[in-house]
Design a binder for this molecule. Structure first.
Ligand code: AMP
Length: 392
């Protein structure tokens, strides 16, 4: 994979695929983290005198042409503010109007094409659509780590049609996650959570081959406890994953990997912020209550394990962190990660990224991945279509 820094971009039309799939509310961007994520690449290209043509998808339009609710214009306005320069927006994806705007670009100028998903061929990895996009550029650069697991036209076939390079954000993501998975400093500790085991079976199975210890909290730990015969009351259990859980525990034991489960919980009589709550041990969960967070003794235990690590990876909240009475476990894990300055600490995006930002600790860890789905695919040990295409 060649980094865009290796290309001579001056005066060249660079097709830059980014992930500006930002949340919108009434036409306003409510979280600009994804735009900021690719800002260094965009600035670099503009400063080097490239003609920058930005491609992104945004949300889930129906794929029948322009839909105002999914226009990239609000993202372009935010980008313009962050860059301190005008960002032009083409009224369509491919076509004559876009061609004219591309032809009129001057060195250092930035143009955004409309939402790629206005054209149904984007998601179909359509070769003709990619060829229409390729006409607009001399060089292709992919900085869309958040979309790197999708084999869509602007990510996959388009890369093969032009000299292709990775952007600075994609470089950083692949470097940090790749090093963590391939040559981690040990001990390597993984902390997993979230609601469902079924979503994380591949991740756990792959991590068992790599880590030294795995802490498992969140809703998914109850399937592991139930698999060992404990009564977990009304806590969330995936009955059809009990066998998988037993297999994972057996595989971990065989590999000498400790799977550490919580030893106590915050239990509640209902799934509600105003529930009656209590602290109970893992083997004394009342039959009419559910565990909605890990308890204080588990927080201490998890912290001590996290502090042992030289590499620490975290994915998945430890409790229902969206509700105040059940946010403590997730907060304590975030704090322990932030406190372990001797380790490379990596947060795997998605909910955990949102949680660490909520607690104001995002700058205290080594790296927060911008790509929830893409980073999870990497941790599962899968190849990402974007990276395969950039390596070809
Ligand atoms: P996931 O999308 O699988 O990563 O799960 C994230 C969700 O898991 C969050 O919205 C949490 O509220 C939820 N969660 C965490 N712990 C529990 C629990 N003990 N019971 C039910 N849901 C939980």
């Amino acid at each position: 994979m060649k980094s865009i820094r290796e290309a001579d971009v001056k005066g060249k039309r660079v097709l830059l695929r980014v992930d500006f799939n930002v949340p919108l509310s009434e036409g306003t961007v409510t979280d600009d983290a994804r735009i900021r994520g690719s800002l260094p690449t965009i600035k670099y290209l503009a400063d080097e005198g490239a003609k920058v043509i930005i491609l992104t998808h945004l949300g889930r339009p129906s794929g029948i042409g322009f839909e105002a609710d999914f226009s990239v214009a609000p993202a372009a306005r935010v980008l313009g503010r962050l860059l301190g320069a005008e960002v032009l927006v083409s009224p369509e994806v491919t076509g004559e109007a876009s061609q004219q705007m591309v032809d009129a670009l001057e060195n250092g100028q930035v143009l955004m094409l409309e939402n790629l998903r206005f054209d149904p061929r984007e998601k179909k990895n359509d070769v003709e659509f990619a060829a229409e996009l390729a006409k607009f550029g001399d060089i292709y650069c992919n900085d869309a780590f958040g979309a790197a697991h999708r084999a869509h036209a602007s990510i996959d076939v388009l890369a093969g049609m032009l000299p292709h390079y990775s952007g600075l954000l994609l470089d950083k993501e692949v470097e940090v996650l790749g090093a963590m998975l391939e040559s981690p400093e040990r001990p390597f500790i993984a902390i997993l959570g979230g609601s469902k085991v079924s979503d994380k079976i591949k991740i756990i199975n792959n991590l068992i081959n790599i880590v030294d210890k795995m802490l498992v909290g969140g809703g998914m730990c109850f399937t592991f406890l139930a698999a060992q015969g404990y009564d977990v009351g009304k806590s969330i259990v995936e009955e059809d994953c009990l066998e998988d859980a037993r297999n994972m525990l057996a595989k971990a034991a065989e590999k000498g990997v400790d799977i550490v489960l919580p030893i106590d919980f915050v239990v509640a009589d209902q799934f509600s912020e105003s529930a009656t709550v209590a602290i109970r041990g893992y083997d004394e969960i009342p039959s009419d209550m559910m565990g909605l967070d890990i308890g204080p003794a588990s927080c201490e235990l998890f912290k001590s394990v996290i502090m042992e690590g030289k590499t620490v990876f975290w994915n998945g909240p430890q409790g229902v962190f969206e509700m105040k009475p059940f946010e403590n476990g997730t907060r304590k894990v975030a704090e322990a990660l932030a406190a372990n300055k001797a380790a490379t600490t990596v947060v795997g995006g998605g909910d955990s990224g949102a949680a660490i930002a909520k607690f104001g600790l995002a700058d205290e860890v080594t790296f927060v991945s911008t790509g929830g789905g893409a980073s999870m695919r990497m941790v599962e040990g899968c190849e990402l279509p974007a990276i395969v295409a950039l390596n070809a």
